[in-house]
Write a protein that binds this ligand. Structure first.
Ligand SMILES: NC(=O)c1ccc[n+]([C@@H]2O[C@H](COP(=O)([O-])OP(=O)(O)OC[C@H]3O[C@@H](n4cnc5c(N)ncnc54)[C@H](OP(=O)(O)O)[C@@H]3O)[C@@H](O)[C@H]2O)c1
Length: 266
């Protein structure tokens, strides 16, 4: 039965943004393992050296795996189209887009949030994601094939004090994703949103607290947080489902003992 998973993923080209760390990196590892290396990965982030190391690690284990590591800063909106056009032919047709790059900066109350942080969060989490999606979905619509997997957050539904901007970006992602799904509901392009709760990933909290390790670690103290591998597992699970399957509900993941509500939405 589980052999079908590798078969369904075989030969697919998967583009992951923010693949140098955290959920994106774990997703690259997850897709590789689930397909036995029979896929092509376009791994993007700002730190090419980390992507190069990941490529070496993955191809050592799975020599048949094809990986194209590339610099893409999604907050630099006007670089996204040239980036897609520059993809080698072998990697140019995207079957699965994982819009993962994203960040929260600070926990400042509204009225004190730095303008630069507002701009960075909106450019990374919303404008970059929209630009990449618009460009990739055009081809998916023409081919009537493809998956777009969005990294939302429970923050997009349940905003909290101190999260004025981050929560707003994830609410924007959620709304955009909802429209895209409705527009494509009669096609074979699947639009999936994963909405994790607190994930103790490589750098999310460290980025939020701008390198303050102690403050970053406190976020997870006395909790059982989700891991980046937990989320990668769900992302890979959604992509290997039969194309004709349609799911209702969202993948909402909360941390804490025994509290986990899995839904999937097509
Ligand atoms: N961790 C959580 O609790 C949590 C919960 C819900 C949702 N999420 C969402 O899950 C996604 C991944 O988060 P994570 O926890 O894995 O964070 P992470 O550990 O900080 O990893 C973030 C990744 O995004 C990349 N990145 C940052 N800015 C970028 C940019 N401008 N352009 C391209 N890549 C960029 C980083 O690499 P470079 O620095 O090399 O570019 C890194 O690979 C985000 O969208 C986040 O909002 C996280």
């Amino acid at each position: 039965m589980f052999g079908n998973i590798a078969k369904r993923l075989a030969g697919k080209t998967i583009l992951i943004t923010g693949a140098s760390a955290g959920i994106g990196k774990a997703t690259a590892e997850g897709f590789t393992e689930a397909s036995n290396g029979n896929i092509k990965l376009v791994l993007c982030a700002r730190r090419l050296e980390k992507l190069d190391v990941l490529k070496i690690e993955l191809t050592k284990k799975y020599p048949n795996l094809k990986v194209y590591p590339a610099v893409l800063d999604v907050s630099k909106i006007d670089t996204i189209e040239p980036f897609l056009k520059s993809l080698p032919t072998e990697f140019a047709i995207i079957d699965v887009l994982v819009n993962n790059a994203g960040k929260a900066l600070g926990l400042d109350p509204i009225g004190t949030i730095e303008e630069k942080d507002v701009e960075t969060m909106f450019k990374t989490n919303v404008l970059g994601m929209i630009q990449l999606t618009q460009l990739v979905v055009k081809d998916m619509k023409k081919r009537n094939h493809g998956d777009i997997i969005q990294l939302g957050s429970v923050a997009g539904r349940n905003p909290y004090p101190g999260g004025g901007i981050y929560c707003a970006t994830k609410a924007a992602l959620r709304s955009f994703t909802h429209v895209l799904r409705e527009e494509l509901i009669n096609t074979k392009v699947r639009i999936i949103e994963i909405e994790p709760g607190n994930v103790e990933s490589d750098e999310f909290s460290l980025t939020r607290f701008k390198g303050d390790k102690e403050r970053a670690a406190k976020v997870y103290a006395n909790t059982v947080p989700l891991t980046q591998e937990d989320i990668a597992e769900v992302i890979v699970f959604t992509a290997f489902q039969k194309r004709e399957h349609c799911y209702c509900g969202n993948f909402d993941f909360w941390y804490g003992p025994g509290f986990c509500i899995p839904y999937i939405q097509r």
